[in-house]
Design a protein around this ligand. Structure first.
Ligand SMILES: Cc1ncc(COP(=O)(O)O)c(C=O)c1O
Length: 372
């Protein structure tokens, strides 16, 4: 790999001197964690920015998802997607819940509501969909299914920071949603995450669960975790928020360039933008007909590190092998073979984007050889 390789993502970093006053404040007040002033400020700022009533910060997205699920006191099976990062179903397994994988909608990569309904049994406690690549799930249909069966709906919203559907936050859907603020995400706090919910009772439970289950200064009500976000991470989040609008704007310009440059390539399909939702452009996925392996390798050989998110499917990883028959989930299997996420991040230069476009075009339709 060349030294100046272009990776699928690169974290946005604000000017370091803007972070120094935050650090000086932490050094002065010596409150490092346990709901310090920066964590409280960030929760308030995120609730306002995301347009949601309750935000509970967590140390990372996986722990956020675990305490979100735990707050609903579920038992049994949870219908979820195999086309996601493995943390989605790991969170279920850590809580003693059984993931049941359902197929996806080939147009969006999100859980297909009809497949979800077909996977529900008397043991099903909840549905755990992912807003894959930030594109909202079929939220209304999934809510109808959850209501019809009297089961919970929890969203893994790790990719959906700031996304709005039908004019309001996509995080308003379901009982609870979990966000990731990992370094690779649109909004990052180095590591971090949050639980978003809509009522004070769940908010209080989540608050206790992320702090070992403490319900007051001495009493523990449940087997909680240490999932608290530190003051340094929270301070970084406050600083990141200041720079977020500019970063999102740059991502949108890159996505526009990819669409203009790749829309007509034979054998390459772009996801149509969602008609009812905004996009945060955290990812730029393409589908390569017949399988993306050759295009992936062609890019890699030229120092462009695209990623096969999500290949293999979670159900095909050794830890989950045997959870579905080999011929099940045809849409997810096909997407896992064809999907390739191209580099996208705010500091990706326009001429680099042009090079990536030219390289994809070349890989998808190689120039005819000229006879000697
Ligand atoms: C869909 C999805 N869920 C959960 C996670 C876990 O988040 P974290 O890395 O912050 O633990 C990630 C990403 O990292 C993800 O992409």
């Amino acid at each position: 790999m060349p030294q100046d390789a272009i990776y699928v993502t690169q974290p946005s970093m604000p000017p370091v001197d803007e972070f120094v006053p935050f650090l000086e404040a932490i050094w002065r007040n010596r409150q490092l964690t346990n709901g310090g002033p920066f964590a409280c400020d960030l929760e308030r700022a995120l609730a306002a920015y995301l347009d949601v009533p309750f935000v509970s910060l967590a140390a990372n997205g996986t722990l956020a998802l675990m305490i979100a699920l735990q707050s609903l006191r579920l038992r049994g099976e949870v219908v979820t997607t195999p086309f996601s990062f493995v943390a989605t179903s790991h969170a279920l397994r850590w809580l003693g819940l059984t993931p049941v994988f359902a197929d996806i909608d080939p147009a969006t990569g999100n859980l297909d509501p009809a497949a979800v309904e077909a996977a529900i049994t008397p043991r099903t406690a909840a549905i755990l969909p992912v807003h894959c690549f930030g594109r909202p799930c079929a939220t209304a249909a999934l809510q109808r299914i959850a209501d019809r069966h009297g089961i919970a709906l929890v969203y893994d919203a790790a990719h959906a920071f700031g996304v709005r559907q039908d004019g309001a936050s996509v995080l308003r859907h379901g009982s609870v949603s979990a966000l990731s603020f990992h370094a690779t995400k649109v909004f990052n706090t180095f590591e971090g995450g949050a639980v978003v919910c809509h009522d004070a009772e769940i908010y209080d439970r989540v608050g206790a669960l992320r702090n070992f289950g403490f319900v007051d200064a001495t009493m523990v009500g449940a087997t909680g975790l240490n999932a608290k976000m530190s003051e340094v991470h929270a301070a970084f989040g406050l600083l990141q928020l200041r720079h977020l609008p500019a970063a999102l704007e740059k991502r949108a310009r890159i996505a526009d360039a990819y669409r203009a440059g790749l829309g007509d390539v034979r054998g390459v399909t772009l996801f149509a933008p969602a008609a009812d939702a905004t996009a945060n452009h955290g990812y730029f996925p393409i589908l390569v007909e017949g399988g993306c392996a050759a295009v992936h390798r062609h890019l890699q050989d030229r120092g462009i590190v695209a990623r096969r998110y999500f290949h293999p499917l979670i159900c095909d990883m050794p830890a989950y092998r045997g959870s579905v028959p080999p011929d099940a989930l045809p849409h997810a299997r096909r997407m896992a073979e064809e999907i390739l996420c191209l580099p996208i991040y705010p500091d990706l230069a326009a001429d680099t984007v042009a090079t990536i476009i030219a390289t994809v075009r070349d890989a998808a339709a190689p120039a005819p050889r000229v006879a000697a």
